[in-house]
Write a protein that binds this ligand. Structure first.
Ligand SMILES: Nc1ncnc2c1ncn2[C@@H]1O[C@H](COP(=O)(O)OP(=O)(O)OP(=O)(O)O)[C@@H](O)[C@H]1O
Length: 560
């Protein structure tokens, strides 16, 4: 097909050049006369074909300098291998090896996390890893932020970015938008961030990919959905189906399938875009009961228009792969859940290790501000079933053993450390409630309950949150009341963030009144302390269906 159309791709450029240099010594001589010395950057990601071309350029000479970092090998899926780098000394015994361990880019806090990530790495590249030493002055600790769902994560990120770009004299960070990046694992994740940044009126640009609504498969899908909305659907039986079913039916004709195609690459990218559209339709239908396919198409048009702002110097949105070699003052690594990081199709140990290196590449892009975030469920109201990436275990606060309350290895914000006025045992006075993270006065009831802005990063102990939810479901069952009558989601979130150790600390959390304290206080404190509770269902002695466990059963189990 390429021959028919008279085009070649980048791989062909290499192949043809190799062919010319091999078969035409006269041309090879001329090229070698013209180019005397060679420097290769990112040498850990060289493919055998690229290595062959380099050898042909060089001929018998060895005027060659290569620069690389085996720990940043992230293109193995294209056939690249760090072996050329790691075997360089064998092939060129006279070569001088300079180990660059001084890191002039990042603060000690960022470098500490980068080193910590690699300390858990395995495989050949890991054997050659270097422990970096920051040469910069200290900066802020990396921020770890758990959000309830993906839109909240995107909105929270956009809000933090707004603060960072606000001029210093107006109380912001004074960082130019061009010095900020949001990095994600797959390009289909960009849509949420494009929308959130557009909503927050933050200029942005995409790197290495087109804007979501400008991608060919998304435009094509848009046209088909528009046709279907006008009644032009090829399948009249679908006219009465719900919006997501209609969208899935239309997108199936463009290659959407319920399960993703195996492996990575262009087919997978295309599928991810279509899957993002399906999710958008599902969320839209859930939030707008009674809406039609035409309404969805109008919504898509609106989003496309909002995200269509002319490209100006702005925040960079990029995949981790596209961020290689770059750096920014502030980097947001988003969507760091199991399944996305490592990505589901990374199965073998080597593939998992490559994912770890990808996260390492992301972390080392940050000069000063680094935020790592994830969402516990995909859509608002969904079950908080997601887990943050395993790669941060032992590194992010609260990620050690279940119930452990000590922060993980250095480099993290310790629980509550960032809470202005939140420390000590001082009783909270009634009056304006301020966000524990950014200090803004809160007016929204839900935010007041959380004691922070919805979008400000939380230091949620998600394992505790899960246990609290399970416990609440059990209590609600016993009481025959809805779960929110025990504690609302917001109160549970606030508890899982604050992890109160004493009754007064628990009492300070909004939504925990005297009655709740008497009834549930001991249970909650036991859970916060990481203790197991006996199942309330086994507790035959409590005849008061609406009453408390009187504190005893779990008090007895405190030695566990
Ligand atoms: N000797 C130095 N003194 C001060 N700053 C330096 C020095 N060397 C490098 N830097 C700065 O450190 C940052 C990182 O340098 P550079 O991009 O060359 O690193 P790198 O090794 O190629 O990183 P990576 O491969 O991870 O992208 C840059 O901002 C650069 O200006």
């Amino acid at each position: 097909m390429k021959r028919d159309r008279g085009v070649i791709d980048f791989e062909d450029v290499l192949l043809l050049t190799v062919g010319v240099l091999q078969e035409r010594p006269d041309i090879a001589d001329q090229v070698r006369r013209q180019y005397q010395h060679f420097v290769v950057d990112e040498y850990q990601d060289v493919s055998p074909l690229q290595q062959r071309l380099l050898d042909l350029w060089l001929g018998e000479r060895d005027s060659l300098c290569v620069v690389g970092d085996a720990s940043q090998t992230i293109y193995s899926f294209t056939g690249a291998t760090p072996d050329h780098l790691l075997n360089f000394r064998t092939r060129h015994p006279r070569a001088t090896v300079v180990k660059l361990i001084r890191d002039y880019r990042s603060t000690p806090q960022v470098v500490h996390l980068a080193n910590g990530l690699l300390s858990q790495a395995r495989g050949r590249a890991a054997e050659h890893r270097l422990e970096l030493v920051s040469q910069r002055e200290a900066g802020p600790d990396p921020v770890y932020a758990a959000y309830a769902d993906e839109p909240a994560e995107a909105e929270g990120t956009a809000r933090r970015i707004r603060e960072l770009i606000t001029p210093v004299e107006q109380g912001g960070g004074g960082i130019p938008a061009s010095q900020i990046a949001v990095l994600y694992r797959v390009n289909a994740q960009s849509e949420l961030y494009e929308q959130a940044l557009a909503d927050a009126q933050v200029p942005y640009q995409l790197r290495g990919a087109e804007r979501f609504f400008e991608r060919p498969e998304v435009r094509e899908a848009g046209l088909l959905l528009r046709g279907a909305a006008r009644g032009g659907s090829a399948d009249p039986a679908l006219a009465d189906a719900d919006i997501p079913s209609q969208v899935r039916a239309v997108l199936t004709t463009r290659g959407w399938t319920p399960e993703p195609p195996a492996g990575s690459g262009a087919v997978r990218d295309r599928w991810e875009s279509l899957a993002a559209l399906v999710r958008l339709a599902e969320d839209f239908a859930a939030s707008r009961p009674g809406a039609t396919l035409s309404d969805l198409v109008a919504e898509l048009d609106e989003r496309a228009a909002a995200q269509h702002a002319p490209t100006v110097e702005g925040v960079t949105l990029a995949s981790l792969h596209a961020a290689k070699g770059l750096e920014w003052d502030a980097v947001f690594l988003v969507g760091l859940t199991e399944g996305m990081m490592p990505i589901t199709y990374a199965k073998t140990e080597q593939q998992i290790e490559e994912e770890r290196r990808l996260l390492y590449v992301g972390v080392t892009r940050a000069r000063r501000h680094l935020t790592l975030s994830w969402a516990l469920s995909r859509a608002p109201g969904g079950r908080a079933s997601r887990r943050p990436t395993r790669f941060l275990n032992g590194l992010r606060p609260g990620s050690q053993a279940i119930g452990a309350r000590t922060p993980g290895g250095g480099g993290g914000i310790e629980r509550g450390a960032a809470a202005p006025g939140g420390g000590g045992g001082v009783r909270r006075r009634r009056g304006p409630v301020h966000c524990r993270v950014c200090g803004r006065a809160l007016t929204d009831a839900g935010e007041m309950k959380l004691m922070r802005c919805e979008g400000c990063p939380s230091e949620l102990d998600e394992a505790l949150y899960e246990r609290l939810r399970d416990w609440r479901a059990e209590q609600a069952g016993l009481l025959g009341q809805p779960a929110y009558c025990v504690f609302t989601d917001k109160t549970l979130l606030a508890i899982a963030e604050a992890v109160p150790g004493t009754e007064p600390e628990l009492a300070r959390i909004s939504g925990v009144g005297r009655r709740k304290l008497d009834r549930f206080g001991a249970d909650v404190l036991a859970l916060c302390a990481g203790r197991e509770l006996p199942s309330a269902l086994d507790d035959e002695g409590d005849g008061d269906a609406g009453g408390s466990h009187s504190g005893d059963p779990w008090q007895n189990s405190t030695e566990k």
